[in-house]
Design a protein around this ligand. Structure first.
Ligand code: TRP
Length: 334
């Protein structure tokens, strides 16, 4: 039996969403929800793999929920909820911990990056984080998973785990093998200070990113200060090799205008970056500021946001409970 198409994706509640989150994830989510049933999850269980202040965590879960809606996710259509409210995530994660192999975990590059030089002191949760991510997806038998480039390895692991579960328990096709949906041309918006680093909440300088809640003035300042080089905008794509900052700004422009780099180069070739930056600022302001205002407004009514999450939890639980029951039977629990 072929599994029904279903999209699942998760976003960590890290506080302010930025332009990279919007272009790399949210914008894609919004178009996916018109193509197939979708589940979008605020992954709070993932968040605590690194210690989080409880008060801030609570704020950030609501902030991310507001971000989802402000970016255009429709909670009547898609299921929007937070991970910890559906117990199946933790339950399935444990079972998958027992399917997944230590050797597989040891190959995960993100753990190595996140744990840094002091691996002994990283939480065990951070180490098995990819198994929890596999549980998120498989709990709903999701078939499609939009993720950034950096999550590709985790998704491949989810496929390996699904396959091993199906084999070990002789349950052919029980878990579908989830397909990654990685945006062509761009799955990364880079830092405005360093075109080789991903735009990230964790980079210290605020000038490295555009937050969705930035004011017009802040956006103008940040783009003005964004790193470029002394050359004007080239005609050909090949001339952007070794110009990561120039490429990044032109990519942002292309994404926001729903066009491709070639079209943007055709339009802008020969222009000085100082002029291009003015146009880019105006464009970013026209997209980002309305979203930022919506987030602010939504955050004023926390009970409304909590109600949205609760409704999403009820809908997600219906699917999760049915599937976890089947899993328990397959595994041999009584
Ligand atoms: N690990 C993902 C990230 O850091 C978030 C995530 C958790 C996720 N569970 C998921 C993404 C399931 C896709 C599917 O970005």
């Amino acid at each position: 039996m072929k599994n029904k198409e279903l999209t699942f994706s998760g976003v960590q509640p890290t506080g302010n969403l930025h332009l990279g989150n919007y272009l790399g994830a949210m914008k894609n989510f919004v178009s996916l929800q018109n193509k197939m049933p979708c589940i979008f999850c605020v992954v709070d269980l993932h968040a605590i793999t690194v210690f989080k202040n409880p008060k801030e965590l609570r704020e950030n879960i609501l902030e991310t929920t507001a971000g989802f809606i402000a970016c255009g996710l429709d909670f009547n259509k898609s299921i929007i909820f937070n991970q910890s409210s559906v117990s199946g995530h933790s339950e399935l994660a444990w079972i998958l911990n027992c399917v997944s192999r230590v050797g597989w975990m040891n190959r995960m590059t993100q753990f190595k990056e996140k744990a840094g030089s002091n691996k002994e002191n990283a939480s065990v949760g951070l180490y098995v984080y990819p198994n929890l991510m596999a549980a998120d997806i498989l709990l709903y038998k999701a078939t499609h998973v939009p993720v950034g480039d950096d999550q590709k390895q985790h998704l491949e692991l989810a496929r390996d785990i699904a396959q091993k579960f199906n084999n070990d328990f002789q349950s052919k096709n029980f878990f579908p093998l989830p397909e990654p949906l990685i945006q062509k041309n761009l799955s990364r918006i880079m830092s405005l200070r360093d075109g080789k680093k991903k735009m990230s909440k964790s980079e210290e300088s605020e000038y490295s990113r555009i937050d969705l809640k930035d004011s017009e003035d802040e956006i103008k300042k940040k783009i003005k200060k964004a790193k470029t080089d002394s050359l004007p905008i080239p005609e050909k794509l090949s001339e952007l090799i070794n110009r990561p900052e120039a490429l990044n700004l032109l990519s942002i422009y292309s994404f926001l205008t729903n066009s491709n780099l070639e079209t943007t180069l055709n339009l802008m070739k020969g222009k000085e970056f100082s002029k291009f930056k003015n146009e880019l600022s105006d464009l970013i302001i026209s997209v980002v500021c309305p979203i930022g205002k919506k987030i602010e407004n939504l955050k004023k009514d926390k009970s409304h946001l909590i109600k949205i999450l609760n409704e999403g939890t009820s809908r997600a639980s219906l699917i999760a409970e049915k599937n976890i029951k089947e899993v328990k039977e397959i595994v041999g629990f009584v």
